[in-house]
Design a protein around this ligand. Structure first.
Ligand code: AMP
Length: 611
């Protein structure tokens, strides 16, 4: 098939804004895909991704590795146009493909032997690009793209360049291709239940498990609905992960995640965050037995594929990062004792000296590493907190409820010395127990909790509400530390629980509540978010400021200003301010601020009103 014919199809897709028409054009393209004996190779797998401007299937996660500046060089090289003029065209048209079409139209040089571009040839070149590595690889990429542009007419150049830079702008999404595959190969099939909806659902499902429209389209064409239904998860071909929704707060999330109504204003007055004395069971619908509450770790989501000794690690974006995590691979080999599986984990980096987890930003330095990976693994070792199993020993578990998936997960591994563990979790908790876990997660320096529906199946790629995150997200406040309590246990030498205050000016002068006349009123107590070093530093800063020692509690001169995030502001009689922060969490010292610069009560009131 000549590339010019594909360029024609692109032009038609671009010309119509109507989704149905786009679907019809894609369906027609796929249905008419040349194959042997008419063509040397089956074009359906090529066209199935090209209709969206991709040379790779979704799961391959590969990027071509050609930036727009390299592509500009390639266009200049192929056409001989002036680089500045090309840039001017690019600026004017706002699209590098259009600028390339202009360049080809106005080319000042021509190759001696020009070849007709074919679909298969273009795909072959594009797929070779990520493989160029090492010295001179940029030049080789430029040359490869330049060769394509040199053989292209203006239209072909437009679409080749758009494909290279990954900006097709055809308005053809996954849904379009899904519907088109159904239309092209399944419409009117003899099968009794092959109405459109069934066909579309079967294609969708097949794409969810394979992440590969090449496989889906050819199976639909060659084996119909039955074939599609037979497609399954495969090891080392990552599936799309199930995504989390966001809960308004812990209370509503606990109800919503099991399909209950959001209890209006129904705060779980759990003993969370600050105080409260434990709440009743939630008042909304939904079965609490089906609720799972799990720590939300701040790391990298990893899909771990294992087949015997072979282990590969894929990110949420389906990139293969196995080479960057040799330690994780070893841990999985050692800790996971089923032969084959696909498990999901959040991979968290920790400080080897203190054992405390490090922020995601530090861990992310490991992801793109190709050199010195073992040294990095020592500097920032990782723990994999396992939280789901999608495939174990030959069984695909996508349609299995989470409750059973977790049983399979628990049966699949043994916690090894720090490196592979189950995510901290509680099944069917009371409001109070849920709040406790949330609090503990924050106190351990994690992001919050994830709520899950234990009766729900795994929905790849969707945000269906079977999984909801809860974390403190309100606008942070700058507050003054006015008191503190000694920690317990291992950290008993440190002032841990901090009493936080804002400045006392209220929006309503009648509500001046500052009985001590210190100029500050308390809004909560915080004991989470500080690393061990920060706890030591906090203690060192506060000790000289102590004005009153009450045994386990001290009052300090208001001097230290901290930035704090929290989930919610509650109205509370406990403090003079009339407010209490729920689940406050330390973000950092604000050494640039004096105590008088801390946020005022009027701001807290405003935020309370606005939430
Ligand atoms: P977000 O990225 O804020 O949408 O939150 C969802 C992400 O939280 C997931 O993609 C995981 O990477 C991460 N996560 C951390 N802990 C868990 C857990 N226990 N279960 C599921 N996802 C988790």
């Amino acid at each position: 098939m000549e590339y010019a014919a594909l360029a024609d199809i692109y032009r038609r897709l671009e010309a119509t804004p109507a989704d149905l028409e786009k679907t019809a054009i894609v369906a027609e393209t796929l249905a008419a895909a040349p194959r042997p004996p008419e063509a040397a190779e089956d074009h359906l797998p090529l066209l199935a991704t090209l209709v969206r401007g991709n040379a790779f299937a979704d799961w391959e996660g590969d990027e071509l590795g050609v930036s727009s500046s390299l592509t500009r060089q390639a266009v200049v090289k192929a056409t001989g146009v002036d680089a500045d003029e090309l840039d001017a065209q690019y600026r004017e048209r706002g699209d590098l493909g259009d600028a390339a079409a202009w360049a080809v139209e106005n080319r000042v040089q021509r190759t001696l032997v020009s070849e007709t571009l074919t679909v298969a040839g273009v795909v072959e070149t594009l797929r070779s690009l990520p493989g160029f590595e090492g010295e001179g690889s940029r030049d080789r990429r430029v040359d490869a793209v330049a060769d394509l542009v040199a053989d292209a007419d203006p239209d072909e150049a437009r679409y080749v360049v758009r494909t290279v830079v990954g900006a097709m702008r055809l308005g053809v999404g996954e849904g379009t291709v899904r519907d088109a595959v159904a239309q092209a190969f399944l419409a009117g099939a003899e099968d009794a239940d092959s109405d459109d909806e069934t066909a579309v659902a079967a294609v969708e499902r097949a794409h969810q498990v394979t992440n590969d429209f090449r496989v889906v389209a050819t199976t639909a064409r060659d084996e119909g609905l039955d074939g599609l239904r037979g497609l399954d998860v495969e090891l080392f071909r990552p599936i799309k992960v199930m995504l989390a929704g966001k809960a308004e707060g812990l209370a509503s999330g606990l109800v919503e995640v099991v399909g209950g109504d959001d209890p209006e204003g129904g705060e779980v007055d759990g003993h969370g965050g600050d105080e409260g004395d434990g709440g009743d069971e939630s008042n909304g619908a939904g079965d609490r037995d089906d609720v799972l509450v799990e720590y939300k770790y701040d790391g990298i989501r990893a899909q771990l594929h294992k087949d015997g000794e072979e282990v590969r690690v894929f990110t949420r974006r389906l990139d293969d990062v196995t080479e960057a995590f040799p330690d994780l691979v070893r841990a999985v080999r050692e800790g996971v004792d089923v032969e084959t599986c696909i498990l999901e984990a959040e991979v968290v980096g920790y400080d080897p000296d203190t054992g405390r987890s490090v922020p995601f930003q530090r861990l992310s330095r490991r992801v793109k590493r190709t050199e010195g990976v073992e040294a990095m693994a020592e500097e920032i070792p990782v723990v994999a907190y396992l939280f789901d199993a999608v495939y174990v020993d030959g069984d695909t578990l996508l349609d299995t409820p989470l409750r059973e998936r977790l049983d399979r997960l628990d049966g699949a591994f043994e916690a090894t010395d720090l490196d592979v563990e189950a995510a901290e979790r509680v099944h069917g908790p009371s409001d109070e127990a849920a709040a406790e876990l949330y609090e503990a997660a924050l106190a351990d320096g994690h992001e919050g909790v994830v709520l899950k529906n234990l009766a729900a199946t795994y929905q790849p790629g969707s945000r269906v509400g079977y999984m909801m995150k809860v974390k403190p997200t309100m606008e942070p406040l700058d507050l003054v530390v006015v008191g503190a309590e000694w920690s317990q246990g291992r950290k008993s030498d440190w002032l841990g629980r901090l009493h936080l205050a804002c400045t006392a000016d209220s929006a309503d002068p009648r509500e001046s509540t500052d009985s001590t006349g210190s100029g500050f009123v308390k809004v909560g107590r915080m004991f989470s978010g500080l690393t061990d070093e920060q706890l030591v530093e906090m203690t060192e800063r506060l000790e000289p400021l102590v004005v009153e020692d009450r045994g386990n509690e001290v009052v300090v001169r208001p001097k230290v200003v901290v930035e704090v995030e929290y989930e919610e502001i509650q109205s509370s009689p406990r403090y003079e301010s009339g407010f209490a922060l729920r689940f406050p969490r330390f973000l950092g010292f604000r050494d640039d601020l004096g105590p008088a610069d801390a946020d005022a009560l009027s701001k807290v009131e405003e935020l309370y009103e606005g939430q």
